[in-house]
Design a protein around this ligand. Sequence first.
Ligand code: FUB
Length: 325
Amino acid sequence: MKTAKYLVPNDYMADPAVHVFNGRLYIYPSHDRESGIPENDNGDHFDMKDYHVFSTGDIETGTLTDHGVVLDTKDIPWAGRQLWDCDVACKDGKYYMYFPLKDKNDIFRIGVAIAGKPEGPFIPQPDPIRGSYSIDPAILEENGTYYMYFGGLWGGQLQRYRDNKALESAEFPAGDEPAIPSRVVKLSQDMLQFAEEPRPVIILDKAGKPLTHGDSTRRYFEASWIHNYQGKYYYSYSTGDTHRLCYAIGDNPYGPFTYQGVLLTPVVGWTTHHAIVEFKGKWYLFHHDSVPSGGQTWLRSLKVVELEYNPDGTIQPIEGGGTGD
Ligand code: FUB
């Protein structure tokens, strides 16, 4: 598969998290919908209410099974609004879905829902994870230890926190100061809480200096993803308002990670968000764009394309087809 293909032509799905469970590929996207809420920098127009799960045994030529609605905000006791990007991990035969959702005070928290099968349905815990904040959880499993990466700027509220404490009001660094980092945290044995205080994910340039807030075409904005390739940890993310997917490489789950480059140039639409996964001997980039909706930024469509590495372990960049405006 050398050209990108759309996966769910009859509905709007975005923000894919993708895993292989029991030899089958499972996709956990956000479910976009038309809410009529005007577009703003706070992301109020991304007013999603439920998740579907999709799966296939053959991503190249097979069909995708839609397992239907597997979690709905009406079943989450602490729900306010906006069910954004989720991820799923498997431990001891149970499947844990981690999802960001605003609580009744309009603060993003991260919740957990549990299923006995990868296709759900997922039953939510009564409360969000203690001490959780912001959006875009992504899970790494490493020899039986599970790490969550999370955080997003602007509507994702990450600028409202420092050292894991809420600030009186949002604060952005000066352009020459270190960028606001995403966070990484080890999960508890029961998968339901943080096992430690979240730590900053530091991205360094090739000279070993942390990327600055003003370095907006390279610094972190949202959409964490992490995967292993040839013994290295590849941390990838969106630069948000400059619309790139970039990646950085580290030697352990906590980083630091050294910036490598762009893996997907801007797509049509404002957000860009992805998952990278190996399936049946090939690597794939799952992502989204707003081409099918005619560029409506809140109505995004799922895509997949094959991803290729160079012999030195760098990733061959893919053209997203957008202008980046
Ligand atoms: O889908 C809502 C938000 O848009 C996600 O959480 C971000 O990563 C961006 O894709």
